[in-house]
Ligand binder design. Structure first.
Ligand code: GUN
Length: 279
């Protein structure tokens, strides 16, 4: 029987721990505080931003919310970020992506002070991760590491294949698995013999944004499969990048969608907000 990795429960436990840490900090007069900027009214962004604010409230982190109009100029947005960079009460800054097309996401990310970059998207954060220095780590890959560790799945010495090479998930995921002493392969849409490459994996992490793409043919018997995808299937139901029903009898452990990696992302953001007070 495959172990179903319960991201909701692991996330709940971590949030309890973070709540205690926040109480300790507050006793010492230190108040974690996150500034969340949303530009425009993308409905998915509104849901994400509200969930982030709710998580802050649950843990005791202060959240400051800035909802800016869709047609705000790039310079106005950058000057808001600079103002928050200079505000000592603000410990973390998050600009919800995507941004309207007239605003450069790269420029926005680079304007956030690396000391407040709780998303871990700034080139300084990414560089520090690569060379093993302390800094903010992108939340979803950090969440995957927590899921594996807290489920008792060893990483050191394992063959790990990561399917997908995005800046937010695939690339930092590869670096984190390498840091945990896995042997890491990053596979992608141009990989030759993709099935054979995936079949090498003891731990297979899938982050390509294609509903139910990964079937049993890609999976070695007894592998651990981590599904980072969040998609809608043909009936509008949430599903991952992995065809769960097809692979379930072949794996030793797997994350479900929903309830696997998803709940961990905001939890790790909360973790970064607490770490931000000591930077
Ligand atoms: N949009 C979708 N996911 C994220 C995220 O993790 N951080 C930010 N800032 N925007 C997002």
């Amino acid at each position: 029987m495959a172990k179903i990795i319960d991201g909701k429960e692991i996330s709940r436990i971590i949030r309890e721990e973070l709540k205690e840490k926040t109480e300790e900090l507050k006793k010492n007069g230190i108040i974690p505080a996150l500034a969340v900027i949303q530009v425009g009214d993308n409905p998915a962004s509104t849901v994400y931003v509200n969930n982030k604010k709710k998580a802050c409230a649950e843990i005791g982190i202060e959240s400051l919310s800035f909802h800016l109009p869709e047609d705000i100029s790039e310079e106005e947005l950058l000057s808001k970020i600079r103002e928050l960079n200079d505000d000592p009460k603000v410990k973390g800054i998050l600009v919800q992506l995507p941004l309207p097309s007239h605003i450069s996401e790269d420029l926005v990310i680079e304007t956030i002070s690396p000391e407040k970059d709780v998303d871990g998207f700034h080139p300084v954060s990414v560089g520090k991760l690569l060379i093993g220095q302390k800094g903010f780590v992108s939340c979803t890959p950090a969440g995957v590491i927590e899921l594996l560790k807290r489920s008792g799945i060893g990483i050191a010495g394992k063959e790990c294949v990561i399917l997908g090479r995005s800046n937010i998930v695939g690339k930092p995921m590869a670096v984190l698995m390498l840091r945990e002493n896995a042997t890491v392969t990053v596979a992608h849409s141009k990989t030759a013999d993709l099935k054979e490459v995936c079949k090498r994996a003891d731990i297979l992490i899938v982050a390509i944004g294609k509903p139910k793409f990964l079937t049993a043919e890609y999976v070695k018997e007894g592998a651990t499969v981590i599904d980072v995808g969040i998609n809608r299937d043909e009936n509008g139901k949430l599903c991952g990048d992995v065809d769960f029903q097809d692979v379930i009898d072949h794996v030793s452990a797997i994350t479900p969608v929903p309830g696997g990696v998803g709940p961990m992302t905001i939890t790790m953001l909360m973790n970064n907000c607490i770490e931000a007070v000591s930077l």
